[in-house]
Design a protein around this ligand. Structure first.
Ligand SMILES: Cc1ncc(COP(=O)(O)O)c(C=O)c1O
Length: 422
């Protein structure tokens, strides 16, 4: 490959050598020629096979099979979980289940972890963690008279080992962190942070929302205890698709989650007088699972597995390196700064660009068909997903940003007082 050039021809040459380029055709894309989609870390697009499977489930299994289809549906949360376990998060079968939302699963696992560490009254997380994580943990701490200890994390660089080490003591029951930071994309060292927590006698709960399908995750090998993650981003399972929940094998019999629902019950259809949790990961189910969503999760995992996570990660690194290289030559002089780690080994699937007018710039990009997103206080997040984003699209998006910033054509856009994002 020729050395880096900011010409579009360079991007086209990278695309010509891209072994994964054909996966773009596996998505429904009626208007993709008009849109440069760099927002797969919020909502992934619709795979063709998922569309077909969902139509089949609705028309045949629901429409014709009616309640009889539960015979096939009942195992889906575990079946989809095992696919995610094997192909995406480095876990042996029987440790991942697909259910509920990330928020609800965080609650379930945080409560279960506190109960499993009697006498310990502190939960540790970081002050830049995703809001739902901080809110759920604050709620759990308030309900139980516990302390939520917030460690400071660098908005561009993520959580440091030193900051975590300083926050740990014999009172800490649980450490909850995001594996990839939602704002900067900073990638935490799961093995090392987990080991620190374990040395202090605490359990770990990892938020994998920006990791599943984006970066290789080794939950078993890294010693993680618990994890949650969403499936509507890099897994392309659709808006509100059910989340994943991981509980390490040897903890499953020790941990009891707080929502005692009938889908977590041992002999569910005996309709017995009292709650008796099912063995294994099934006890972490609550109520009737979202079947259409679980089908989409299974298909999402299948598609990623077909492409191969190592191959996807290699392309993702090349794409984000390219974003940073173009930002350096074009955008540094237009008052942008990189708000993500420069070392690709410490970065997930997206890059944040900082600029004082980030909100207006993001809206102006949207007017031209480039879909990125804004995050407070001053960031534009760009997520080139390796399954369907080309280098030429990255070039188009970055060139669009350069033109808008240089011409200041965004200044007519009112500043959203809430700093809201699309
Ligand atoms: C890191 C992280 N955690 C949690 C969530 C939200 O979880 P839920 O699916 O419950 O809305 C998100 C959503 O974007 C996220 O990015």
């Amino acid at each position: 490959m020729a050395s880096f050039s900011a010409d579009r021809a360079y991007a086209e040459a990278l695309d010509a050598g891209d072994q994964l380029a054909h996966f773009r055709d596996r998505f429904v894309r009626p208007n993709w020629d008009d849109v440069t989609y760099l927002n797969g870390n919020s909502l992934g697009p619709l795979p063709i096979r998922t569309q077909a499977r969902i139509a089949e489930v609705i028309d045949q299994e629901w429409g014709i099979g009616l309640v009889r289809s539960w015979d096939n549906w009942i195992q889906l949360p575990r079946q989809a979980g095992d696919m995610v376990a094997e192909h995406l998060v480095g876990a042996e079968a029987g440790q991942v289940i697909v259910c509920d939302s990330v928020t609800v699963n965080l609650y379930k696992l945080a409560c279960a972890a506190l109960d499993a560490r009697p006498g310990r009254t502190v939960i540790v997380t970081d002050d830049d963690n995703f809001p739902t994580d901080r809110y759920v943990l604050a709620g759990v701490a308030a309900q139980r008279g516990c302390e939520l200890r917030l460690i400071h994390s660098d908005m561009d660089d993520g959580v440091s080992e030193q900051a975590l080490a300083e926050a740990l003591d014999d009172d800490v029951a649980l450490v909850e962190l995001s594996h990839v930071a939602y704002r900067s994309g900073a990638l935490a060292n799961m093995a090392r942070l987990t080991a620190l927590a374990h040395d202090a006698g605490a359990l770990t709960l990892w938020d994998l929302c920006h990791s599943v399908g984006a970066v290789p995750v080794q939950l078993d090998a890294d010693g993680a205890d618990l994890a949650v993650g969403c499936t509507y981003k890099y897994m392309n399972a659709g808006p509100g698709s059910p989340a994943i929940l991981y509980v390490r094998d040897e903890l499953q019999h020790q941990l009891r989650q707080p929502i005692w629902g009938w889908f977590g019950q041992r002999e569910q259809f005996e309709m017995g007088p009292r709650y008796d949790p099912a063995p294994g990961i099934t006890s972490f189910l609550t109520g009737t699972p979202d079947i259409v969503g679980a089908i989409a999760v299974e298909e999402g995992a299948r598609l990623l597995a077909e492409a191969g996570l190592p191959q996807l990660r290699a392309k993702s690194v090349a794409l984000t390196e390219y974003v940073i290289a173009l930002a350096d030559v074009w955008l540094a002089e237009l008052d942008f700064a990189i708000g993500s780690p420069r070392d690709s080994g410490r970065r997930g699937g997206h890059v944040s660009l900082r600029h004082d007018d980030a909100w207006q710039l993001t809206q102006a990009l949207l007017r031209t068909g480039v879909i990125a997103d804004y995050r407070t206080p001053d960031r534009i997040r760009l997520a080139p997903a390796p399954l369907y984003t080309s280098f030429a699209q990255v070039w188009d998006g970055m060139n669009g940003l350069r033109e808008i910033a240089a011409s200041k054509s965004y200044t007519d856009i009112p500043i959203d007082p809430s700093g809201g994002s699309s």
